[in-house]
Structures are given as structure tokens and as C-alpha cells.
Ligand binder design. Structure first.
Ligand code: PBG
Length: 324
């Protein structure tokens, strides 16, 4: 049937009708809010390229987590800015490291909040790469042991879930094995499975002080032009024991999110990354876009594509806007 019998505009005439036929609503239960933990006490320093995002000491993290819990956000993902860096990221394994202390603080405060940790070397290595280096190369297998130990350290401190973001081959299996050996078989792994080598991580690298000091991440993160390969990566991570798979960034990769959703029967997450956030903030501050409408459109788009779980710096604003 076609026009004039069929008139799709009939169901768009007013908000009651639009509400009645709306296919999906933003699911705030899927939000995870990223946070940057730095050393010290009482530190709260805004990230220049990410308005309203802060580097914070563990005590401040706990305070903000209280508000995040009260806002009804499900969880946070923690990134560490250590006191010092070395070639192997050894400081990331310390029981008194910044992330470990933040986890303990949140757990001691008995907050109803999932604490996820980013597992990677780049925030802790002096060269800024996600693995150990030899002769200018990022070594794969030598990195796995450290990643396993880092995940173990986070889980021991009380992390509810670990999220490896390094893109080394075999890391999910290595982490699963390490956790299981230490009776942490109930700690799930959210794998950054299809993580692309993206310029959208720029502001994050300022926030986490994790820019590579030479070269780039093309030898381990995925080529933005590849889609079939993402499905292979996801398949491998699932075989190795991933519980949740992630696509990152989100907006230029909605097709990947959709294909992963259609191809696998597991929870899918998407990371709405720093550059995606900063562009919205910058345009909004210039008065060029309506921030609230743009953010809600982005978030419903990511979930509509197939990622129920969205890691986003917009989480706090979005839940506030959706309530009012
Ligand atoms: C660490 C890591 C990165 C991000 C999350 N974990 C940066 C990178 O790979 O360079 C990016 C997050 C963001 O841009 O918001 N490997």
C-alpha cells in the first residue's frame, strides 16, 4: 500500500502518538562511566581537552562514585595515572597502586556500583605502548604475563570486572587462566575485542597521560577499514573466555556494532570515546549544536545499532536529562 493510503506522518503528529510507537528507549542501566585515578589526596584536576572530566585521587573518586550511584548509573571503569612509569608497567601490579586504592575505597564505602578496570600497559609504561618493547617492536607473548598479573591485582583489590584494552593476541585467555588459577573464576572479562587504531583517542591520551612516545599503535590496534576482521577478533575473544565483547570507538563503527550483535549471542558493549565526547562539548560550547539533543541522539543510536552497554563520558548528563 502506498500514498495516499499510507501516510507514515499520521503517527508523528503529536508526542503521545510518537511515544506510543517509539521502538526503543535509552537504557540507562547499560551505562558505564569512565574515571581517571591519579595519586595523592584531595586532587581534582579537570582535563583540558575534556570539559567536566577530571583526574582525581582515590578519595575524590569515591566521593564522585557516591553521586554516580545515586544518579542510578550501573558502573564505572577506572584508568590509572601512576606515580611513576617504567618500561614494563610494573607499578600497575602494586597492591597500593592508584587503581587498586580507588577500588578498595569504593568497596569500603559499600556503594552499589560495578567497578570495572581497564587492563593495559600504556598508562604505566614510560614509552606509552600497550606492551613491552624489544628492538622497537611491541612484543605480544611477553606482555601477556603482565596483563594477567595486572588483572589479578585489580580483581584481588575487589574489581567486579576486568576489561583488557591492549589488543595483544591471546590476552583474554591468559587473563582468564590467571584469574581461575587464583579462584577468581567469577570475575567476568569485558574484552575490548574490536578496538580500532583511532584518532578519536586523542583527548584520552591527555587525560591518561598515555600517548606513545614513538611510533603509533597500528601494529596492534585494528585498521579502521576492516570489518570482517572485527568478527574474527570477537570470535577469538569468545573462544578464550570473554563474557562481554566491545567495539571501540562507537560512532564511526556502528556497522561493526550491528554485525557483532547479529553474529554473536553475547552482550555487546560500545565505547563512546574521548574524541567523540570532546567534539560534542566543543561544538556545544560554541553554541553550534544543542548538546542535550545531540547526546541523546548519539546514545540511542549506539544502543539501536546493537550495543546495550555504552561506556560514555556523557553518562551523568544523560541520566539527568532523561529524568527531567
Ligand atoms: C588504553 C585505552 C585507550 C582508551 C581506552 N583504553 C587509549 C588508547 O588505546 O590509546 C581510549 C578511550 C577514549 O579515548 O576515551 N589502551
Amino acid at each position: 500500500m502506498s500514498f495516499p493510503i499510507s501516510r507514515p506522518r499520521r503517527l508523528r503528529r503529536n508526542e503521545l502518538l510518537r511515544n506510543l510507537v517509539r521502538e526503543r528507549r535509552i537504557n540507562t542501566a547499560g551505562f558505564i562511566y569512565p574515571m581517571f585515578v591519579c595519586p595523592g589526596c584531595n586532587v581534582r584536576q579537570e582535563v583540558g581537552s575534556m570539559p567536566d572530566v577530571y583526574q582525581q585521587s582515590p578519595d575524590q573518586i569515591v566521593e564522585e562514585c557516591r553521586q554516580i550511584q545515586d544518579a542510578g548509573i550501573s558502573g564505572v571503569i577506572l584508568f590509572g595515572l601512576p606515580e611513576h612509569k617504567d618500561p614494563r608497567g610494573a607499578v600497575s601490579l602494586e597492591a597500593q597502586g592508584v587503581v587498586q586504592r580507588a577500588i578498595e575505597g569504593i568497596k569500603n564505602a559499600r556503594l552499589e556500583l560495578l567497578v570495572v578496570t581497564d587492563v593495559c600497559l600504556c598508562e604505566y609504561t614510560d614509552h606509552g605502548h600497550c606492551g613491552v618493547i624489544k628492538d622497537g617492536e611491541v612484543l605480544n607473548d611477553e606482555t601477556l604475563e603482565i596483563l594477567g598479573d595486572q588483572a589479578l591485582s585489580h580483581a584481588r583489590a575487589g574489581a567486579d570486572m576486568v576489561a583488557p584494552s591492549d589488543m595483544m593476541d591471546g590476552r583474554v585467555g591468559a587473563i582468564r587462566k590467571k584469574l581461575d588459577q587464583h579462584h577468581l573464576e567469577n570475575v567476568p572479562i569485558m574484552a575490548y575485542s574490536a578496538k580500532y587504531c583511532s584518532a578519536f583517542y586523542g583527548p584520552f591520551r591527555e587525560a591518561a597521560q598515555s600517548a606513545p612516545q614513538f611510533g603509533d599503535r597500528r601494529s596492534y590496534q585494528m585498521d579502521p577499514a576492516n570489518a570482517d576482521e572485527a568478527l574474527r577478533e570477537v570470535g577469538l575473544d569468545l573462544e578464550e573466555g570473554a563474557d562481554i565483547v566491545m567495539v571501540k570507538p562507537a560512532l564511526p563503527y556502528l556497522d561493526i556494532i550491528h554485525r557483532v550483535r547479529e553474529s554473536f549471542d553475547v552482550p555487546v558493549a560500545a565505547y563512546n570515546v574521548s574524541g567523540e565526547y570532546s567534539m560534542v562539548k566543543a561544538a556545544a560550547r560554541n553554541g553550534w549544536i544543542d548538546e542535550k539533543r545531540v547526546v541523546l541522539e548519539i546514545l540511542v543510536g549506539i544502543q539501536r545499532a546493537g550495543a546495550e552497554i555504552v561506556i560514555t563520558y556523557h553518562a551523568k548528563d544523560a541520566v539527568r536529562w532523561l529524568k527531567s
